[in-house]
Design a protein around this ligand. Structure first.
Ligand code: NAP
Length: 223
């Protein structure tokens, strides 16, 4: 496991959430490898970011190349393609942390909680990848719209994973995005964060909010 994270692969980083994370982390100084099913699409997404911010360290790749080259990998594809994408990049993930942002939404009823039989998408990912990969679940409750803009984001991030050290690494990356991250327990608890997204979608619809989020109250005794 790499101690110091300098490069991050974002698989499906051509999309809404991955694109937002690429923007935020590259501006925070990380080397970003945008992964895609096609090299052309990955490169185009990197170019788009570089047109806006020419000094960033961002490149486009196919998903497996991005995963293999980076210190840490983030999966940002729709639930329907979560496991098939992980199958294709599995050889590049050994001894790495994989941040899984997947929300197991089942269209068209995305405002209704419909968790998978195994309990959560994150648990499914860990089961597929085995113990050589540390799956950490995060960012399910942050609307992509906030990450694609430059404004303060009033939303906390629940970080679940079976190893405290892996959660700590991810919480550092959450801070780099300008958000607060919380140790929310083992990966099995990812089901709560994943379920919460459908509740937030329902709140958005009913109250006309663009990307509602959650905030944890209370003062930590220590950071
Ligand atoms: N959007 C949000 O606000 C938000 C918030 C929290 C969590 N999430 C979670 O983040 C993940 C990504 O959401 P998103 O809204 O960013 O999704 P998206 O924009 O619809 O798609 C992301 C990327 O997934 C890849 N993809 C699409 N179809 C695929 C397929 N058949 N096989 C493999 N890859 C495919 C595409 O990349 P290429 O075509 O380049 O391969 C696409 O750019 C989801 O699991 C979602 O639940 C989203």
């Amino acid at each position: 496991m790499t101690d110091k994270i300098e490069s991050i692969a974002i698989l499906g980083g051509t999309g809404d959430l991955g694109g937002g994370l690429a923007r935020q982390w590259s501006r925070a100084g990380y080397r970003i490898l945008i992964g895609s099913r096609t090299l052309e699409k990955g490169k185009a997404a990197a170019e788009k970011l570089l047109n806006e911010f020419p000094d960033l360290n961002v490149t486009g790749h196919e998903n497996l190349d991005a995963a293999t080259e980076a210190d840490l990998v983030v999966l940002t594809v729709p639930f329907a393609h979560q496991l098939s994408t992980l199958e294709t990049v599995k050889p590049g993930l050994t001894n790495k942390i994989l941040i899984d942002v997947t929300v197991p939404l089942v269209p068209p009823r995305v405002g209704t909680v419909q968790l998978p039989e195994k309990g959560s998408a994150a648990v499914m990912a860990q089961e597929l990848l085995g113990d050589d990969v540390q799956v950490v679940s995060a960012f399910q409750n942050v609307g992509a719209v906030h990450l694609q803009e430059d404004h303060d984001i009033e939303c906390d991030v629940l970080v679940t994973g079976n190893k405290k050290t892996a959660r700590e690494t991810v919480i550092e990356l959450v801070h780099a995005v300008g958000l607060r991250g919380w140790h929310a327990g083992p990966l099995a608890n990812a089901s709560a964060a994943e379920a919460l997204t459908s509740i937030l979608i329902s709140i958005n619809r009913h109250h006309g909010i663009e990307g509602s989020g959650i905030v944890i109250t209370g003062e930590p005794a220590k950071e």
